[in-house]
Design a protein around this ligand. Structure first.
Ligand code: PMP
Length: 406
């Protein structure tokens, strides 16, 4: 029999534990490099100017109400989200073989895809995740009953991509496995394959009949260029792959708490693709119904207003450049400071890595010293959020890092 006394206490989520420790630290020097959200140069949350505009438009709309959205979400939003990620001229869109549903941000999109594969894939293959990956991937795929395994990704030696390890693991994985790929700005390492490496990855996936599953949480936020950050997904689609994509609008719109996202299923090119895709859409709608009934309205309305208006879209691209530009500047600034100090080790990876995070290579002991002695907070794998650095704390951080690794 089930008794509630049998439920053991779960361990605290490490990231939330870190945030709590930071809040409780009373030092005025403290630096939060754990945070997974953009901060401006004053370490404050940043509401994108274009989002403020869209918000004003939304609130002046006399027809605005609080009715339910359709099960698959706001149609103007999902259509625009699909074009944004696949490209307006995508063959998948032209051939009616892409279906899109609005989800509870990127997490909900990964979950919906995982649930769909667990339910409809006849063999329930193992899901291969990069080592390391966003910790939630492990739980999301495990929770729907899929087995997970890892493929090598990060080389501790080069602090870059272990492409040989990755390719040989993908080669060795049982044919037809599910391969989760970060579309850009890999979390937690900041290491992305080059376009040439993506082509090699695609070719092994093709050869082994694997199913590529893209997670895209940082489009436009990584390089500042929306097309460039979606290049890998568009390449796979052009190659005719069947694939699915989890798309988050948390980072690129700063809509973290509003939970705006989309899930896209792209059927393989072929004569029956449009019919197959319609069937998949109908099943996804049933899954969505039992999970959340209808997605939340506010974030998708904001994103939809921006994505469907050329002038606002152009302003959004500027806002993306503001965020990605500040982060790239912090990367340069940090590398320069460490090199100027002659800090032991090589620091090229700070600028060759991209997106919100950098895998510094600091070990657990060093991470602990930085926290206890310097009031600098980061995850124990040595990942720092570049958005936590700013012109006021970068000198302090560079000095702390220098002292700690000597
Ligand atoms: N995937 C990855 C790799 C991420 O880093 C994130 C954000 N931390 C997400 C998905 C989803 O985040 P959200 O649910 O807030 O969109």
């Amino acid at each position: 029999v089930f008794t509630t006394a049998q439920v053991a206490q779960a361990p605290e989520d490490p990231l939330f534990g870190l945030m709590r420790a930071y809040r409780q630290d009373s030092s005025d020097k403290k630096v939060d490099l754990g945070i997974g959200a953009y901060r401006d140069d004053n370490a404050k949350p940043w509401i994108l100017p274009v989002v403020q505009k869209a918000d004003a438009i939304l609130h002046n709309d006399p027809n605005l109400d609080h009715e339910y959205l359709p099960i698959s979400g706001l149609a103007n939003f999902t259509a625009a989200a699909q074009k944004l990620i696949l490209g307006a001229d995508s063959p998948a869109i032209q051939e009616n073989r892409a279906t899109s549903l609005q989800t509870i941000s990127g997490t909900g999109a990964v979950h919906l895809g995982a649930l769909f594969l667990a339910k409809f894939h006849p063999r329930r293959p193992t899901v291969y995740l990069s080592n390391p990956t966003w910790a939630n991937h492990n739980q999301i795929f495990t929770n729907v009953g899929l087995a997970i395994d890892k493929y090598p990704y990060f080389s501790a030696q080069t602090k870059g991509l272990d492409i040989d390890g990755m390719l040989s693991a993908l080669h060795a994985a049982p044919a037809g496995s599910i391969i989760v790929l970060h579309a850009c700005a890999h979390n937690p390492t900041g290491v992305d394959p080059t376009q040439d490496q993506w082509k090699q990855i695609a070719s092994v996936i093709r050869e082994r009949g694997h199913f590529p599953f893209f997670d895209c949480a940082y489009q436009g936020f990584a390089s500042g260029d929306l097309a460039r950050d979606a290049w890998a997904i568009r390449y796979f689609v052009q190659q005719g792959f069947e694939t699915c994509v989890a798309q988050s609008f948390a980072k690129n719109f700063g809509l973290y708490g509003e939970r705006a996202g989309a899930f896209h299923f792209v059927s393989a090119a072929g004569p029956d693709a449009a019919t197959a895709n319609r069937n998949i859409a109908s099943q996804l709608a049933i899954l969505q119904r039992s999970e959340i009934s209808n997605p939340p309205a506010y974030g998708s309305r904001i994103a939809s207003i921006v994505l469907n208006d050329p002038a606002l879209y152009a302003q959004w691209e500027q806002d993306l450049k503001t965020m990605s530009g500040r982060i790239i500047e912090m990367r340069r600034g940090l590398q320069q400071r460490l090199e100027a100090k002659g800090t032991p080790g090589s620091w090229n990876h700070i600028t060759s890595q991209i997106g919100m995070f950098s895998f510094t290579g600091l070990n657990e002991q060093q991470v602990q010293t930085l926290r206890e002695k310097w009031h600098i907070y980061m995850t124990k794998n040595g990942r720092i959020s570049m958005a936590g650095l700013n012109t006021h704390n970068i000198d302090y951080f560079a000095e702390a890092l220098d002292q700690t690794v000597r």
